[in-house]
Design a protein around this ligand. Structure first.
Ligand code: NAD
Ligand code: DO4
Length: 477
């Protein structure tokens, strides 16, 4: 597909007359399509069209806006196989994973469609007995949405759907690795009859289009998911001009395995958390902190299970782990592996690219003898690499787990209630999971990180209302 920008309800080519190719990272002969290498002029048109559409859209009832989302959900459900296959070909996640993600996208749309009928304010008793005091929520106006490639369906939808239902209009810049996936979703909104200008899609370089959204004075709010380096700049740009912003960024997520845990279940969850989606989830497990008494046993289990992982073309049946999403993702993971070896960690398995393959395939990798000061224990790798570390007491485990700049998600495996409670209270992470892997976000619950993982806001569930609306306190007498 040769994707165009979607501006004011029309699929439009960029003023640059330039496009960029998208190549399947699992099969370098497979050209998935092209996208527009857009300019500031294209972005300006998209923002203007979102601005023109914002008052009529805001004036519709929430229930009416919800009907568009319900229709888009039905169309996405009908097109699910096509959307999932494009997503797999663009960013390399396996087909069962992208099918699951498409179903999640449908559910996100339906959840927020229902939001159009739910309460949006509180009545607060006034000190004046003759007065009525209440709060009412209002949309921000034009919202800029900047998204990564690793959840190319769910993340754009968990931002766009609440933005729209609460009455905002949207200009979205999807990641350059997975824009066609979002074009397919935009087509669902188009087919659902969404009024022109309410949703606009502009592709291109992050430094031009993403940055442009963050500095444009007509963009009232910016919601970003991606790396910390980029997020910091976007936040600073938005703050400087007084726009609302929300940043969801990286993680360095631990799993703690206590000696009383079901070790098989813990090992399975560690493998799944670390290597599903080729380790490219913000919630991926990248550190396994294991009680010293069971360390060798768990290590053995992890290595045995990892050696059985079928790595290959994500469109093929029975493949469990696909390629890295791009050459730069592969190179980045390989650099961290080299760094791990240089700093003295011991490679237990993996650690190298799969030669003779037709894509960016990396063997799932486990490191032993990792010190928490090592780079591989501190920095987000965003690839299929896990570092194992032993601990002696629960306090020690939590010290190791918390000794990083990030605080997105964390898991523990234990049968001991006191350990569970200590973990829930003392683990600095926005998502803490007990006897479950570190990845796994539910659309109806708040999601976001502590420390450097987030701007301390939350996405999804009802929490999304906090970002996508402003509150007015109304006093009537
Ligand atoms: N916390 C979360 O919810 C969450 C979810 C998914 C991914 N992530 C994080 O995302 C990262 C991986 O995604 P990525 O590689 O796409 O991240 P990225 O920061 O490189 O890109 C994210 C988006 O920002 C755009 N961008 C790039 N440079 C920009 C600039 N100068 N100004 C404005 N926009 C710019 C990109 O084009 C893309 O659309 C990881 O760090 C991962 O942890 C976080
Ligand atoms: O990459 C970040 C999102 C993670 C997620 O959606 C999940 O773990 O389910």
């Amino acid at each position: 597909m040769n994707m165009k920008n979607f501006i004011n309800g029309i699929w439009t080519t960029s003023a640059s007359n330039k496009t960029t190719d998208i190549i399947n990272p699992g099969n370098l002969q497979d050209k998935v399509g092209t996208f527009q290498d857009s300019t500031e002029e294209d972005l300006q048109q998209a923002i203007q069209s979102a601005k023109n559409a914002k008052t009529p859209w805001r004036k519709l009832s929430g229930a009416t806006r919800g009907q568009y989302l319900y229709k888009a959900a039905d169309i996405l459900e009908k097109n699910a196989d096509e959307v999932a296959e494009i997503a797999t070909r663009e960013m390399g996640k396996t087909l069962p994973e992208t099918k699951g993600e498409t179903a999640r996208g449908v559910a996100i749309l339906r959840y927020y469609a229902g939001e159009g009928m739910r309460e949006e304010g509180d009545v607060i008793p006034s000190t004046d007995s003759d007065a009525l005091m209440f709060t009412k929520r209002f949309p921000l106006g034009v919202v800029g949405v900047i998204t990564p490639w690793n959840f190319p369906i769910a993340i754009p939808l968990w931002k766009t759907a609440p933005a729209l239902i609460y009455g905002n209009t949207v200009v979205i810049k999807p990641a350059s690795e997975s824009p066609i996936t979002f074009a397919k979703i935009a087509e669902c909104f188009e087919e659902a009859g969404l009024p022109a200008g309410v949703l606009n899609v502009v592709t291109g370089k992050g430094s031009v289009i993403g940055n442009g959204l963050s500095i444009h004075k007509e963009v009232n709010g910016v919601t970003f998911t991606g790396s910390n380096a980029v997020g910091r700049t976007i936040g600073a740009n938005a703050l400087q001009r007084g726009a609302k912003y929300q940043l969801e960024m990286g993680g360095k997520n631990p799993v703690i395995v206590e000696k009383d845990a079901d070790l098989e279940a813990a090992a399975d969850a560690t493998i799944s958390g670390a290597f599903k989606s080729t380790g490219q989830k913000c919630t991926a497990t990248s550190r396994a902190i294991i009680h010293q008494d069971i360390y060798e046993e768990v290590k053995q289990l992890l290595v045995e299970k990892t050696q059985k992982i079928a790595v290959g073309d994500s469109l093929e049946k029975d493949v469990w782990m696909g390629p890295c999403a791009s050459k730069s993702q592969l190179d980045n993971a390989l650099n961290y592996i080299e760094k791990g070896k240089e700093e003295g960690a011991a490679l237990l398995c993996g650690g190298e690219q799969i030669e003779d393959s037709n894509g960016y395939y990396l063997k799932p990798t486990i490191f032993d003898q990792v010190d928490n000061n090592m780079t591989i224990a501190q920095e987000e790798i965003f690839g299929p690499v896990i570092a194992l570390m032993p601990y002696s007491t629960m306090e020690h485990a939590l010290d190791i787990a918390n000794d990083v700049d990030y605080g997105l998600s964390a898991a523990i495996f234990t049968k001991n209630v006191q350990n569970m409670l200590s973990f829930i209270d003392d683990m600095d992470a926005g998502l803490v999971r007990v006897n479950a892997e570190s990845a796994g976000v539910e659309l109806q619950a708040p999601f976001g990180g502590m420390k450097q993982s987030s701007s301390h806001s939350r996405e999804q569930g009802q929490a999304a209302q906090e970002f996508f609306t402003d509150i007015k306190t109304v006093f009537v007498k």
